[in-house]
Design a protein around this ligand. Structure first.
Ligand code: NAP
Length: 291
């Protein structure tokens, strides 16, 4: 069994982007600029946005973090997005989800200019992905594809099970794995909470992507020997032994599954860092299109 080291691969990608940024600056161009909006003070969201801003500074991107109160109106948020859309100095815009209940995710996602939608959530980018046209691909599935590519994991002709059909992870993942591309061309079964025989589907799969947010859901008896396991789940579970009071758990029962598989992503240190690396790549692309 080999660990798919997202931390290491993410660093390699960020180091390469750092050189690309330096080259831009030598040409007299400005570095890429990511604007992130954080509404409220949800602990997990703070951590995720903090990691994105930190990655920007490591690579040499400019970043702007716009904080808004939980009570901010949807109109106010949409107007800030409108300003960022027309600001020629801003290449990428992300609004950290989840948003407070009184704000519609859909309205917010629709408000972002698709050419600055580095999270790849806008229907224009989601549609282009389905069509196989160049698009900003949602950072988590994009990051997983970069990980498969780095380790040269054969996907062509393989059976893949993707568990979870969210618009930001499972569904785009199923499209990427089934696309007629390098590291695509798998035959994909997209599973969700109404799927019957999930265990049988997993047992016949060469690749399992678990993205459902249920800690330890994929157990040893669900995995075919030699399968490739991608664990997207990140759930905070109480853990008194940790200073933070919680531990991060994936959707895969790592101790039981890892001895059976060929490759596996750890949690933490697998898909999480790759999500950041993919977001940085998307932001660099947005900047190149913008300059
Ligand atoms: P989500 O929007 O809650 O979607 C969960 C999906 O899992 C839904 O499609 C749901 O089915 C399905 N599901 C739930 N219980 C199931 C069951 N028992 N059997 C089969 N399918 C089941 O979650 P998400 O945003 O995609 O995120 C999934 C997990 O990935 C979470 O732990 C999240 O924190 C993590 N995540 C990690 C990263 C990263 O960077 N590592 C990024 C994003 C998300 P229905 O559609 O039928 O309800």
């Amino acid at each position: 069994m080999q660990i798919l080291d997202g931390q290491l691969v993410s660093k390699t990608i960020k180091d390469s982007l750092k050189l690309d940024v330096a080259a831009l600056v030598v040409e007299g161009k400005r570095p890429p600029h990511l604007a992130a909006i954080l509404v409220g003070n949800n602990g997990a969201s703070e951590t995720y946005v903090g990691a994105k801003v930190k990655a920007c500074s490591e690579i040499g991107f400019k970043s702007t973090l716009i904080r808004m109160e939980d009570s901010v109106t949807e109109n106010k948020l949409l107007s800030v997005i409108g300003d960022l859309n027309t600001d020629p100095d801003v290449d990428g815009i992300l609004v950290q989800l989840p948003l407070p209940k009184h704000i519609s995710d859909e309205h917010v996602i629709m408000a972002i200019d698709p050419s600055k939608d580095v999270d790849g959530f806008h229907p224009v980018n989601a549609g282009k992905l389905v069509m196989g046209s160049p698009a900003f691909v949602s950072a988590t599935p994009h990051g997983i594809m970069l990980l498969l590519e780095h380790y040269k994991i054969e996907t062509k002709g393989k059976q893949a099970a993707v568990i979870g059909r969210s618009n930001i992870v499972g569904r785009p993942m199923s499209i990427l794995l089934s696309a007629n591309t390098n590291y695509g061309n798998s035959t994909v079964t997209l599973c969700h909470s109404h799927t019957h025989n999930l265990k049988e589907i997993c047992l016949r799969s060469d690749i399992i992507v678990a993205a459902l947010g249920r800690p330890g859901f994929v157990t040893g008896d669900m995995v075919k020997p030699g399968a490739v396991i991608i664990d997207v789940g990140i759930t905070r579970v109480p853990d008194a032994s940790k200073k933070s009071g919680f531990a991060l758990k994936g959707d895969v029962d790592f101790p039981a599954v890892s001895p059976k598989c060929s490759y596996i992503t750890p949690v933490p240190g697998g898909v999480g860092p790759m999500t950041i690396a993919a977001l940085m790549k998307n932001t660099f692309t947005a900047c190149q299109n913008n300059l």
